[in-house]
Design a protein around this ligand. Structure first.
Ligand SMILES: Nc1ncnc2c1ncn2[C@@H]1O[C@H](COP(=O)(O)OP(=O)(O)OP(=O)(O)O)[C@@H](O)[C@H]1O
Ligand SMILES: [Mg+2]
Length: 360
């Protein structure tokens, strides 16, 4: 169902994204070792990743790094190793050929025991040793890190480890997704001579919002799956307000089509649900500095220029020096909360903009 709220995992539930799936497949066919799936929140990165991995007839591990970070406050190596191995075992359930080989491989690692789909780690293990072992298997193996920028919150230098793997382990392909696109770029440092991954090639698949026509078509197809007739002017109004962000379009479709709310009720319930989601997301950056909230408020009210935003923030929270203020603004761009186009700042997501304008 197109309006299923959970991230999609089957191609038939995924609207469009043919070009991106093909690009993913092409990169693998060429044996590339680093694929990035980028885009602001709710554009369908996890869904694209799920569908792409599901269609592969290859062993893969998929790790939700964001949830590991929120569970542990860091990314512990032994947890990561266990998650990778268990996820690999799950992915080979359908392929006997891989299953047997993989079980044998994992069992042969000292200190690790496999029982069914569970892995027990008896003593300290190093991810790099595990990756070397996986590479020595001779099969192509995909290691996907969803929201990989959270790998930076760790005592371990996962960027260095990925660089080593890319240079030395030809059978391992990493797929990294990131909604905090600037943070992920900073973490990887492909353009930064001081970082271990400097100069490496990455295939970048950038998810864009749907065009107006595609958004309309998405809603029409979703409602027709549910055999529901929704007037064209309501569909156009929703598309106008949700601006091609598939996560919001899906939520609207669900509320209107599955929960059968009226158009107005669906939009207002969407704003309600989005409010707690966005609040939770914002709390994380606000814990670093309250000024982030003021900056976003300023932009949501239509202040676009550096100086206008600064003036607004200073009127609320007192003087702030230029350099510090610029860093805060730059971080918001890196987190994906702000866009900067021709010197003007904007909140790229209309629902987030509305929530900040009304409630922050
Ligand atoms: N191409 C698509 N067709 C249909 N529904 C989609 C598509 N892409 C995403 N969705 C839906 O949109 C919502 C957001 O998708 P998903 O979680 O995959 O995005 P994301 O970019 O990973 O978001 P986040 O940044 O919050 O992790 C989900 O409800 C998902 O089912
Ligand atoms: Mg996601």
């Amino acid at each position: 169902m197109l309006f299923e709220i959970k991230p999609k995992s089957r191609r038939k539930d995924l609207y469009d994204r043919e070009k991106e799936l093909k690009e993913f497949g092409d990169a693998l066919k060429l044996g590339e070792n680093l694929i990035l799936i980028l885009g602001i929140r709710r554009l369908g990165k996890s869904s694209l990743l799920n569908v792409a991995l599901n269609e592969l007839k290859l062993p893969y591990a998929k790790i939700d790094v964001r949830s590991l970070y929120f569970t542990f406050g860091t990314i512990p190596q032994d947890v990561l190793v266990r998650e990778i191995l268990e996820s690999l075992l799950r992915s080979t359930r359908r392929f006997r050929k891989f299953r047997v080989g993989l079980e044998r491989l994992v069992d042969s690692i000292e200190g690790i025991e496999v029982s069914g789909l569970k892995v027990r780690i008896g003593r300290k293990v190093h991810l790099i040793d595990i990756l070397e072992k996986i590479d020595s298997w001779g099969e192509r193996v995909i290691i996907a890190f969803d929201e990989a920028q959270y790998l930076r919150f760790s005592g371990l230098q996962y960027d260095g480890l990925i660089a080593y793997a890319i240079d030395n382990l030809p059978n391992v392909t990493f797929v990294l997704t990131g909604s905090e696109v600037g943070m992920l770029h900073d973490f990887l440092g492909l353009d930064n001579p001081k970082k271990p991954l400097f100069g490496r090639y990455a295939r970048e698949i950038v998810l864009e919002r749907f065009s107006r026509d595609k958004s309309i078509d998405f809603l029409i197809k979703g409602f027709s799956e549910l055999s529901i007739d929704v007037p064209q002017d309501e569909i156009e109004d929703a598309v106008e307000k949700l601006d091609g962000i598939v996560g919001w379009l899906t939520m609207y479709g669900y509320l209107r089509g599955v929960r059968k709310l009226s158009h107005e009720e669906a939009l207002s319930e969407l704003l309600n649900m989005a409010r707690s989601l966005v609040r939770e997301e914002l709390d994380k950056i606000l814990s670093h500095s309250k000024r982030y909230g003021m900056i976003l408020k300023a932009v949501s009210l239509g202040n676009e220029r550096w100086s206008e935003i600064k003036e607004f923030v200073e009127s609320k929270t007192g003087r702030i020096n230029d350099a510090k203020f610029s860093i805060l603004l730059r971080n918001l761009v890196k987190y994906g909360y702000l866009d900067k186009i021709s010197g003007k700042y904007r909140i790229p997501d209309p629902i987030v903009r509305e929530i900040i304008r009304r409630y922050c």
